[in-house]
Design a protein around this ligand. Structure first.
Ligand SMILES: Cc1cc2nc3c(=O)[nH]c(=O)nc-3n(C[C@H](O)[C@H](O)[C@H](O)COP(=O)(O)OP(=O)(O)OC[C@H]3O[C@@H](n4cnc5c(N)ncnc54)[C@H](O)[C@@H]3O)c2cc1C
Length: 320
């Protein structure tokens, strides 16, 4: 049995999906021991975490924590881990999770293992980590009294256990240094449509679209399917689409039921962002394009012809 502390990050009144996946790992590692969850600020999320496997929920509330502040979160996490005598401190392998856990580890003088795909308890704790956007899997040993790590996005399923847990609210001690870095504003994604990270279907275009206007058929098919629009980095660098739509290592990591990648070669940095997709349909002129190795289905052809043909067929079958 082990004592585990999981940081559950939140957005728009819900727990982050990857944080719930981290909670599922926390339950495995606790092996019947306590699974503590830390939530910062959001009482509604805290109240629901028993159903996702937490045995004890700690809710940090402070007037200055109305926006994410990574140093403050790290201090709260590190202090709580110390008072609980946690064997594991876990967080989601998201930008926010990695930022906070790295700081928490540094505060405690501990090593930090980011983006773990496998964690084997023991002395030392053994981990496999996704590095270089997932193109390298590193096996490492954490030699420390407490293992501080994050869970790579979408390698585990979140598990709804239907349990319940008491929530203990507290006011953390913070000083100005803890609040030096804070989120002071957010710029909404321009599309305002389906969120890329949560979409069930994503239709993406790459350099093969040829121009910003060449994205017309991509957007049209996405709208017919109720899908999100994605793209490759070649496209965002060319300024054809906004960075918020970029899929990949330096873009958004997605896990849709279906990913349609048109005119995208399949560079490792792109595949790092879409390997969570359940099914991949590649549309490409080149049958030798690297994306074919990852594709479940492929259409070899010009995306400017194939995408409108798919849209026309969808309209025809819907009788529109
Ligand atoms: C540190 C780093 C981070 C990176 N992060 C990312 C990232 O997050 N996301 C990302 O996407 N990339 C990323 N990249 C860039 C990546 O290496 C590739 O350069 C990029 O993904 C290529 O984009 P592309 O597939 O659209 O273009 P290309 O590689 O040029 O491929 C275009 C494809 O379109 C096909 N094609 C051309 N015309 C047509 C047509 N009319 N119809 C059908 N097919 C056609 C071609 O056969 C080709 O396969 C990163 C690179 C680095 C170094």
């Amino acid at each position: 049995m082990a004592t585990v502390l999981v940081l559950v990050t939140t957005a728009d009144g819900s727990a982050d999906k990857v944080a719930l996946q981290a909670l599922a790992l926390g339950r495995q590692l606790a092996a019947g021991g306590a699974v503590h969850a830390l939530v910062i600020g959001d009482a509604g999320v805290a109240a629901g975490l028993g159903a996702w496997g937490a045995t004890d929920v700690h809710l940090a509330q402070h007037p200055a924590l109305d926006a994410p502040a990574p140093d403050a979160a790290a201090r709260i996490l590190d202090d709580l881990a110390g008072s609980l005598g946690a064997d594991f401190v876990i967080g989601p392998g998201t930008e926010e999770g990695n930022t906070v856990l790295a700081r928490a580890a540094a505060r405690g003088g501990l090593p930090f293992a980011a983006n773990c795909t496998v964690v084997t308890p023991g002395s030392p704790v053994l981990v496999t980590r996704a590095r270089w956007g997932g193109s390298l899997l590193e096996e490492a040993a954490i030699v420390a009294e407490r293992a501080v790590l994050t869970v790579a996005a979408h390698v585990l399923e979140a598990v709804e256990t239907g349990g319940s847990a008491a929530v203990t609210a507290f006011t953390p001690q913070l000083d100005d240094a803890d609040l030096a870095v804070r989120v002071v504003g957010r710029v909404p994604a321009p599309s305002g449509g389906v969120s890329l990270s949560d979409a069930k279907v994503v239709v993406s275009g790459g350099r093969g679209a040829g121009s910003a206007d060449g994205f017309g058929p991509v957007v049209e098919l996405a709208s017919l399917l109720g899908a999100a629009v994605g793209c490759s980095r070649a496209v965002t660098i060319a300024g054809w689409r906004p960075h918020t739509e970029q899929v990949g290592q330096t873009g958004t990591k997605i896990a849709p039921e279906l990913y349609i990648a048109a005119g995208i070669s399949g560079a490792t940095q792109h595949l790092a962002g879409c390997k969570g997709a359940k099914r991949l349909l590649a549309i490409n002129k080149d049958p030798e394009a690297p994306i074919m190795t990852a594709a479940d289905y492929a259409v070899i052809g010009d995306m400017a012809e194939v995408l409108p043909a798919i849209s026309a067929e969808i309209r025809r079958t819907r009788g529109a």
